[in-house]
Design a protein around this ligand. Structure first.
Ligand SMILES: Cc1cc2nc3c(=O)[nH]c(=O)nc-3n(C[C@H](O)[C@H](O)[C@H](O)COP(=O)(O)O)c2cc1C
Length: 192
């Protein structure tokens, strides 16, 4: 057995997100963000398909996305409340990385495995940001599942969809801990 990395284990056993509404500037600049993207890209990926990519949304883009949510939400008849909730995550965000699932044609690798890998990229980016001392939060919301919005506002193709919006910045407060799973209740130990 190789030597344990106790610092990493301690982090993984205590890590928690910081709610997006508590994130403010400063956020990582390009030089600080790149190593986080490198860490996120180091994610299990069956068949080496790399079924994901990143869109980094800086403040001007966040403002544009928030405006596009307002316009699109009204056009498709979303309630004021749904529109306000969806745009708040971009209005208030100091930086957001959209993790895009990119389905690659493959006879061997099922689509669902590419989806799992994209989800794993989201967690890897979230954890890399948290481990670096940033506050970070993985959000989606209705806009993430609206294919017309994703095409028009983010340039996604028909093979692409949002795996997550990872908001990264400086946490202004530490949220209370949330309930965590009872591992005993969800684990079956099989020895026969
Ligand atoms: C795919 C996915 C989408 C999510 N979307 C939202 C969302 O839109 N709004 C929200 O309040 N929380 C959302 N969450 C939950 C937040 O990320 C929440 O902060 C998270 O469960 C905190 O967990 P942690 O402290 O273990 O990191 C989502 C989680 C996942 C995995």
């Amino acid at each position: 057995m190789t030597q344990a990395n106790q610092a990493v284990l301690d982090f993984l056993q205590t890590r928690r997100s910081r709610p997006a509404k508590l994130l403010r500037a400063p956020a990582p600049d390009k030089d600080s963000l790149l190593p986080l993207l490198v860490a996120a890209g180091r994610t299990p990926d069956h068949g080496k398909l790399e079924p994901w990519r990143f869109i980094v949304l800086w403040p001007a883009a966040l403002k544009r996305i928030a405006g596009a949510i307002e316009a699109h939400g009204q056009a498709i008849g979303k309630s004021e409340e749904d529109i306000a909730k969806a745009r708040t995550q971009f209005d208030d965000s100091p930086l957001c990385v959209a993790v895009i699932e990119v389905q690659k044609p493959s006879e061997k690798i099922p689509a669902i495995e590419q989806t799992y890998s994209a989800g794993a990229v989201c967690l890897a980016l979230l954890n890399a940001a948290l481990a670096s001392g940033w506050g970070a939060n993985w959000l989606t919301g209705w806009v993430a599942h609206d294919t017309v919005f994703c095409r028009d506002a983010l340039g996604l193709s028909g093979d692409e969809r949002i795996a997550g919006f990872i908001h990264i910045g400086t946490a202004t407060a530490i949220p209370p801990e949330r309930p965590r799973p009872d591992i005993g209740a969800i684990t079956t130990w099989v020895d026969t």
